[in-house]
Design a protein around this ligand. Structure first.
Ligand code: NAD
Length: 432
């Protein structure tokens, strides 16, 4: 039976390489659609957790894992060898930056090398990791063809960026349209046939490179607009204006305006990282993009602004950061998730510590935190003990926080997310 028939009657086996924030939900979506799934991850700890049906991702519950394994169609392993059995393989490995802010595609290279050893005729390979335009055809394709197979004839190759937004209650994998760009028409067709069985809408573009660029446009758009609104916050502050009031009023315009909101800085594996992939690629072509660097410069300044606001808040009580007890509420990079990668809260904690503060944090999603080799534990959330701190700073506005209790019990609150919007008496509140 050929691959398209196997996809149609769900007898195809789907492989997923990398079972993190992107790969694990994808694997479970394929299970829901009726496929057999082989998930491979190099992390022994993650495979062990999965085998004991314990989730390490906020959007996936232990019950979700139990249900997936109960179908008898999910296998997880550290061994790439198992992927010989797979008819299609989606690659969802990390794409971080090196210290020099250059792309680190070593995970893609390593996964592709391992894949090339198990590649067989009629397999569909889809790269989902966010990367610079050209990666699929310049890096993945030659490695896969080394064994003598020809793309478009012997195997299919496409790029399809993951657009998942962890913690988003409205949009998830199924109802977020999926972009697909195949190396040949046959490659695009095959990838469309697989992915349209798990998502409501699939959009095709002319090539893997175009699909890679779509993802970078989306994330650069966010980074630049957040940079713009963060600079608006800095300017509004100088003008003694409330930036949140300005944004709310501007948002009433029914056309030509889309609200973005300031915050303590960029976080997560995507927005602070991905634009650098684009920037790097363009620099190899003798073009230096300007918006990306400018937005980064402003976004990186935000943790310092937050620390300035904390100093300003303490000043009201004739106190200094040095020697003060400061509580940070929320350390993940966004609300209701446990992901602290690139989180500005880490920079804020570090800056406060360097200035002599006694730092504490509360985040139920991140019970433990490593800061420069030193481990910290989240305090228990007890509002009546907030009076023991000199200042409470709301960095991430998790839904479980009782804002009125925070404002009632803390001596002074620095609010980075406009969380205290509904509070009438603002005397204790300092916003960015
Ligand atoms: N997290 C997000 O919200 C998000 C959203 C859209 C796109 N992306 C992109 O998706 C990709 C994956 O991101 P993530 O957040 O899922 O990362 P992650 O770190 O959560 O997961 C990646 C997994 O890949 C595993 N891995 C690394 N090398 C491997 C290999 N050779 N073989 C098998 N497993 C390997 C790691 O152990 C890890 O578990 C990145 O390119 C990222 O930019 C992430």
């Amino acid at each position: 039976m050929d691959l398209s028939h196997k996809i149609q009657n769900r007898s195809a086996t789907v492989g997923v390489i990398g079972l993190g924030y992107v790969g694990l939900p994808l694997a479970l979506e394929f299970i829901k659609a009726g496929y057999c799934v082989i998930g491979v991850d190099t992390s022994r700890a993650k495979i062990k957790k999965l085998e004991s049906k314990k989730s390490y991702i906020t959007d996936i519950s232990d019950e979700d894992l139990e249900q997936a394994f109960a179908t008898g169609r999910l296998r997880v392993s550290q061994e790439h060898e198992l992927l010989k059995e797979a008819d299609s393989i989606s690659i969802c490995v990390p794409t971080p930056l090196r210290k020099t802010k250059e792309p680190d595609i070593s995970f893609i290279v390593s996964a592709t090398r391992k894949l090339s050893r198990v590649l067989r005729s009629q397999q569909l390979i889809v790269l989902e990791s966010t990367t610079y335009p050209g990666t699929t055809e310049e890096v993945v394709l030659p490695e896969l063809e080394k064994g003598g197979f020809k793309v478009g004839q012997d195997f299919y190759l496409a790029f399809s960026p993951e657009r998942i937004d962890p913690g988003n209650p409205h949009f998830h994998l199924k109802n977020t349209p999926k972009i697909i760009g195949g190396h040949t028409e046959a490659c695009t067709k095959m990838a469309v046939s697989l992915y349209s069985s798990i998502v409501d809408r699939v959009i095709t573009v002319s090539s893997p490179k175009a699909a890679e660029m779509v993802k970078l446009l989306e994330n650069t758009f966010r980074a630049v607009n957040i940079g713009l609104v963060n600079e608006m916050a800095i300017m509004a502050d100088r003008l003694n204006l409330d930036v949140w009031e300005i944004i709310d009023a501007a948002s009433t315009k029914p056309f030509g305006f889309m609200p973005f909101y300031p915050g303590p800085g960029l976080g997560g594996h995507c927005i602070p990282v991905d634009p650098h992939y684009l920037s790097w690629k363009l620099k190899t072509l003798n073009y230096t993009p300007r918006f990306i660097d400018l937005a980064e410069e402003i976004n990186l300044r935000m943790p310092v602004l937050v620390v300035d606001k904390i100093a300003f808040a303490l000043n009201r009580f004739k106190k200094a950061i040095n020697g003060s007890k400061i509580l940070i509420l929320g350390v993940s990079y966004k609300k209701d998730v446990g992901d602290v990668r690139e989180s500005p809260a880490l920079d804020i904690l570090e800056l406060l510590q360097q200035r002599g503060a006694a730092i504490f944090y509360e985040d139920t999603y991140c019970p433990h935190l490593e800061l420069h080799g030193k481990s910290h534990d989240s305090i228990a959330l007890a509002y009546d003990r907030f009076c023991e701190f000199d200042c409470v700073a709301m960095i991430t506005n998790h839904s479980y926080y009782d804002i009125s209790k925070i404002v009632e019990c803390a001596p002074i609150v620095v609010d980075c997310r406009n969380a205290t919007k509904a509070i009438k008496n603002k005397t204790k509140i300092i916003k960015i």
